[in-house]
Design a protein around this ligand. Structure first.
Ligand code: FRU
Length: 520
């Protein structure tokens, strides 16, 4: 067994007070000590109290609240007739569960979509003083699908005049009927100031289409994008189009989730960077270029918040932390699926063009409680780190390496018999998360795998890692390469090791924080 490095210095553990989070629940503040303690239950990620959840929907900020709606089936832990579940937060960290916002009706199930504040009351649903919150979603008519029709998905709207608590569906629904395309869904809408129109981005089978409207109630087609671009011959879902700034320049970013066809298998989210003139989107890159927002298998259908106040100005993202390959059979019992941690997206420049970086939002820092750090040290083969007083299953790590003289290095969490490794392969110049031995993987043959993420910037190797019971999120190089991965260890991890294969590396920085639970 390798001995600890003599230069290793423990700075010790200390608790920061005042970090506790409060969460109200549907059954009012439940005092049950077992609340959110089930096996694999994330402690600081959003999960529904019970049953099935997939895509985040209708994320909008209004009067100090961040709304998170989500694809929800309240009667089972597998996908079924979709509703919009609902939660709100004032800081994107703690969440308050609210009653279901949208129920299926005679036009169909409530599939994915978006929400905005209609500040100018263009829809007439509110007043100038009280602008309506409008949700636009896909109605999916099961009966139509079963009857073999092709026009069973269409776009409908609903509005709320009381901060998203009560919703009225528009009597003129659907607002965008279907001309006979089976996959015609997931509208994401924003107000386009130069043309004074609402712009909708819609996923249409293997590409996206843009539509515009002056009043939310009737929509005209503007253009198509993607018939020959990006990941081809797969289903495109959950698009999002928004402007971003870099060095005073505006570029438009188009997120598109694809299923299957992800870089490590199954569903994943690609993005395009280019220009949008109010009608057409033009890709900066060659049609063959594929940019991935997250290389891991477990970040899908993510989109960004609408109506973030100008003085904040961030582009805030959340994704569904699972994969259609196995989402319905993962070994959780009471609920299925979590959302990723909220992330701030930013535009960055590389030798090969613009990229999107994803970073954990700053608000998450308030969850930090006990901490420990190491002095700078060299690592050869293995450095075991004493973490007994911290729970590494709900933790954040900031680790920086330099002096790279090793083929492969990184961090390993283990419970003695199972382990997950998060690291960098210096020969392939790629980041990875290896979950081949991370825990239960028997539910799907492709689950036990090493997942790879391209390195896009050439710098010191800098890892920021979030561990939460059944997930690992790696933000490498300040969010240039991201890997989000589910894991299901049979026992919690308790051992932490820094590994360096065939040579040595310098561990420049190592800080570990235990994070507080937001649910207890
Ligand atoms: C993406 C998706 C969407 C659809 C929803 C149905 O995960 O397939 O395209 O609206 O899930 O739940």
């Amino acid at each position: 067994m390798p001995t600890p490095n003599p230069f290793l210095l423990m700075i010790g553990c200390f608790a920061i007070v005042g970090c506790s989070q409060s969460v109200k629940t549907q059954e009012s503040s439940t005092e049950k000590s077992s609340y959110y303690t089930e096996k694999y239950r994330p402690q600081y990620h959003f999960t529904p109290e019970a049953n099935w959840m997939n895509d985040p929907n209708g994320m909008v900020n209004y009067e100090g609240e961040y709304h998170l709606f989500y694809q929800y089936y309240p009667d089972s832990t597998v996908w079924g007739p979709m509703h919009w579940g609902h939660a709100v937060s004032t800081d994107l960290v703690s969440w308050e569960h609210l009653p279901i916002a949208l129920y299926p009706d005679s036009l169909g199930l409530i599939f994915s979509g978006s929400a905005v504040i209609d500040w100018n009351n263009t829809s007439g649903f509110g007043t100038d003083e009280e602008p309506p919150m409008i949700a636009i979603f896909t109605h999916h008519l099961m009966e139509g699908e079963k009857a073999g029709r092709t026009d069973f998905q269409y776009q409908s709207i609903a509005y709320s005049l009381d901060k998203g608590r009560n919703w009225t569906k528009y009597e003129g629904n659907p607002v965008l009927p279907n001309q006979g395309i089976k996959d015609f869904r997931d509208p994401k809408v924003f107000w386009h100031e130069p043309t004074q129109k609402w712009i909708m981005t819609l996923a249409v089978f293997d590409h996206v289409e843009f539509y515009s409207s002056a009043d939310f109630k009737s929509w005209d087609k503007l253009s198509d994008f993607g018939l020959n671009e990006g990941r081809r011959e797969v289903l495109w879902e959950c698009p999002d189009l928004f402007p971003m700034q870099f060095d005073g320049k505006t570029k438009w970013v188009l997120l598109v989730s694809v299923n299957p066809g992800g870089p490590n298998g199954g569903s994943s989210t690609q993005y395009f960077i280019g220009d949008f003139d109010g009608t057409d989107f033009k890709n900066d890159n060659s049609p063959e270029t594929i940019l991935w927002l997250d290389y891991g298998t477990d970040n899908y259908a993510g989109v960004t918040w609408s109506d973030i106040p100008e003085e904040d100005g961030r582009r805030l993202f959340i994704g569904w932390m699972s994969n259609w390959l196995y989402a319905q059979i993962v070994p959780t019992e009471k609920w299925r699926s979590a959302m990723t941690i909220p992330r701030e997206l930013s535009l960055s420049n590389t030798a090969d063009g613009y990229i999107i970086k994803s970073k954990p939002i700053l608000e998450l820092n308030q969850l930090r409680s006990k901490t420990m750090s190491l002095e700078q040290t060299a690592v050869e083969r293995s450095l075991k780190i004493e973490t007994d007083s911290l729970d590494i299953n709900k933790a954040e790590l900031a680790v920086t390496f330099s002096g790279i003289n090793s083929d492969e290095f990184g961090i390993r969490l283990s419970n003695g018999s199972e382990n997950v490794t998060i690291g960098f392969d210096a020969i392939r110049n790629k980041y990875f998360i290896d979950r081949t031995q991370a825990g239960n993987s028997g539910f799907h043959q492709e689950f036990a795998q090493r997942q790879w993420g391209n390195r896009l910037v050439d710098d010191t190797v800098e890892l920021r890692i979030f561990v939460d019971a059944s997930s690992i999120e790696l933000f490498a190089d300040d969010g240039a390469t991201v890997l989000t991965v589910n894991i299901f260890p049979l026992e919690p991890y308790r051992l932490l090791e820094v590994l360096a294969k065939n040579g040595s590396v310098n561990l420049d920085e190592f800080i570990l924080w235990e994070l507080n639970s937001i649910w207890r």
